[in-house]
Unconditional design. Sequence first.
Length: 202
Amino acid sequence: MKIGIDLDEVLVNTFGSFLNYYNSKHKTNFQIQDVHSYHLWEIFGCSRGQVIMSMYQFQNTDLFANLPPAEQAEFSIAQLSRKNEFYVLTSRPEICRGQTETWIAKHFPLLLQNLYFTSDFHPNNSKPKSGLCLDLRIELMLEDAPRYALECAEAGVKTFLFDKPWNQEVSHPKITRVKNWQEALKEITNTKLINPNFTTPL
């Protein structure tokens, strides 16, 4: 089976560390539970450009480079990789390709060969996640962003939505909400989405 995986907030919990960085720079006290939208400028009370600049600065820190994988992510990928093929689909900008490849090579080396930068947030990149899922014939997408999860689901792709404060209003018949990797692994196994004899049609 072909499985698509989002990077930030699925393979790695980036927001918490970014908030710590932002708070230290701006003397604020934002917490994860305050992030009810991906539009951080609405939460921070600043411009979109200021948030993007802060994120770029954060992405050039040792804190960003040394982010640990999400809990149980490495174990789950190892278990699932025995019978499945993975594709990492991220909306990070191309400027982060080097840091992203270095991080994935360190923690998830098997995923490095199928890394795609999408156009969801940065129009200069290739295609949106839903389009890549269709092109790559991905049958299951692991995502946290409400918009991308819904677009994938509407395109007919079964989607596991990692439960976050910013995606509480999303609902679709093809979306299954999971709390963490442990639950995602159990849900995939229990719903028998893993088929050892699965062959992608040509």
